[in-house]
Design a protein around this ligand. Structure first.
Ligand SMILES: Nc1nc2c(ncn2[C@@H]2O[C@H](COP(=O)(O)OP(=O)(O)OP(=O)(O)O)[C@@H](O)[C@H]2O)c(=O)[nH]1
Ligand SMILES: [Mg+2]
Length: 293
């Protein structure tokens, strides 16, 4: 069983049972039923209608044909941008941001561990200076991951911590800098401005090294993350999404709509609370796990 079969268990069960109950695509009411199932999987009415129309356009005769048309249709609307993290430069930097509790610190800890297993030498920068506990949580994860860390003082300007962190990384030969930032709401104007500054300062400090800006989304929130994402994108344009808590999500279908709406690829998926519960996002395996029994 692939890791993707752990994803969105409830959505998958409901979809599988629903598709079975609908019968073959030639049955009366099939397409109305399909559209309802997709809405129930949190794809949103517009995407549900779009995917249903795409399946209908293929005139499938069997359930298997309909399912494979659905998989093709879903993959066709997802982002075509590269899902690989660009880690070129000396150092490169991956900046994580998002609302409170989304999963930023955990995702960074897991990624630091993963990079260590790939013979990388990451430096974790704890720039959640908003709370002392935020710094401590990041440092504890870095230690668990066997990664070096750099922290500012509680209350310090996070942009200054990032600037110093990147310089520290360069002087010590770290090839990747992973930056944790404080959780904030998309509606908190001052905190969004602060975030924008962190992004600008990181870009300047990197001197040409790649900057990945990953918005961390709590997959449990489903489609409601779209508004959030649009606002955060104004502060720091995203190069990708990190989806945390996909294991617990009942709203896996939202991933398809969010990617299609924003044209931003999910690059990392969190599938549990343990240190190795992180995967590069694989849209094909994800969509197949969602629609196939
Ligand atoms: N099941 C599951 N839980 C997760 C995952 N990622 C994070 N969590 C949990 O979500 C909670 C919040 O995670 P954090 O990493 O602290 O989130 P954060 O965004 O850093 O939070 P703040 O710093 O408070 O804004 C913790 O209890 C994590 O264990 C995941 O992929 N799966
Ligand atoms: Mg945190």
């Amino acid at each position: 069983m692939s890791v993707w079969s752990r994803v969105s268990g409830r959505t998958r069960k409901a979809l599988a049972a629903g598709l079975r109950a609908l019968g073959p695509p030639l049955a009366a009411g099939y397409y109305a039923g399909l559209e309802e199932l997709l809405i129930a999987a949190d794809m949103g009415p517009a995407m549900a209608a779009r995917l249903t129309a795409a399946v209908r356009g293929r005139s499938p005769r069997t359930r298997e044909d309909a399912e494979s048309a659905l998989i093709d249709a879903a993959l066709a609307v997802m982002s075509r941008r590269s899902r690989e993290l660009d880690l070129t430069g000396a150092p490169a930097c991956v900046l994580f941001y998002g609302i409170n509790g989304a999963g930023k610190t955990t995702t960074i800890g897991k990624l630091a561990h993963r990079l260590r297993t790939q013979a990388r030498n990451p430096l974790v920068v704890a720039a959640d200076t908003y709370r002392a506990a935020g710094i401590e949580q990041m440092l504890a994860w870095a230690q668990r991951a066997g990664a070096a860390s750099f922290a500012g003082k509680a209350g310090a300007d996070p942009a200054a911590v990032v600037f110093d962190g990147v310089r520290h990384a360069r002087s010590r030969g770290h090839d990747v800098v992973l930056v944790d930032t404080a959780g904030r709401l998309q509606t908190q104007h001052n905190l969004q401005q602060e975030l924008a500054k962190v992004g600008r300062v990181a870009a300047r400090a990197l001197e040409g090294g790649a900057l990945e800006s990953l918005l961390v989304l709590d997959a449990v929130l489903g489609l409601s993350s779209l508004t959030q994402a649009r606002e955060f994108n104004k502060a720091i344009p995203m190069t990708g999404l990190a989806l945390a808590k996909l294991d617990g999500s009942a709203k896996g279908g939202a991933v398809i709509s969010i990617e299609a709406e924003l044209d931003v690829p999910v690059k990392l998926a969190g599938v549990g609370e343990a240190i190795d519960d992180i995967e590069p996002f694989d849209p094909e395996a994800f969509v197949r796990a969602l629609f196939e029994k």
